[in-house]
Design a protein around this ligand. Structure first.
Ligand SMILES: [Zn+2]
Length: 164
């Protein structure tokens, strides 16, 4: 369908697979995908998806991902957590830009700062917070807030569907 040649490489030591897909499309894509089956419903793979993009050995900045996403010549840059795997795709019409962004994703995935800095995990994961002893406990965390927003949108869509 995309008029491409595909070469599959398998690293015998780990079983890691690399697919090289070549065609005439100048919008080039790089994607790292890992099997991340969730052990339970606490959202651990999603928390690590976020935490991994919060700085790495070579790129020790929590804000760099947002800057790269908004200020480079990429045509797409995001990360996704599905039920069984986590994916970090990026694309660009500039090969030089794509190689730099691929280097950022690769170092983020294989040398993330979250392994050394627990505060990154605490920021992304859901957690209880008590602002004042008389206040009720609240739940916070980047991923928790994101999931609340997603549920709100889904609830709005369901309601809208009933109206229509
Ligand atoms: Zn997320």
């Amino acid at each position: 369908m995309i008029n491409a040649s595909v070469v599959r490489f398998v690293y015998q030591k780990t079983g890691a697979q690399l697919y090289y897909i070549a065609n005439d499309d100048i919008d080039r894509v790089f994607d790292l995908t890992f099997r991340t089956e969730a052990p339970d419903d606490t959202g651990t793979p999603h928390v690590f998806e976020h935490a991994i993009l919060s700085g790495s050995e070579k790129y020790p900045s929590a804000q760099l991902y947002a800057n790269l996403r908004n200020q480079t010549y990429n045509t797409f840059m995001n990360a996704f957590t599905y039920h069984r795997y986590t994916s970090y795709p990026v694309s660009s019409m500039s090969e030089a830009q794509l190689l730099k962004l691929a280097d950022f994703y690769t170092d983020s995935c294989f040398h993330p700062m979250v392994m050394e800095d627990e505060s990154i995990f605490r920021t992304e994961a859901w957690r209880y917070r008590l602002n004042d002893p008389d206040d009720p406990l609240s739940i916070e965390g980047t991923v928790y807030s994101e999931m609340l927003g997603k549920r709100s949108v889904e609830r709005t869509r369901r309601t809208w569907g009933r109206i229509c």
